[in-house]
Design a protein around this ligand. Sequence first.
Ligand code: ZN
Length: 73
Amino acid sequence: MTADKNYYTMDTQGNLKCLKCGVPLVKGKAKFMYLDNGFPVELPVCPICGFVYVPEELALGKVLSVEKALEDK
Ligand SMILES: [Zn+2]
């Protein structure tokens, strides 16, 4: 995997910023699509361009447990 996919940057305090717009990402409602389902999640999003920061653990498989939790209702 290459590491040049940087749409955000993190400052020393751990705050995420949109690299394109140069503004801090804000917590917002986002929809994480998995297969044919959209799961509502709260993630840092850019208020200007709408870029959604997806944490690696969410992108790399935690979505399976999200789906499980919904089925168990
Ligand atoms: Zn942006």
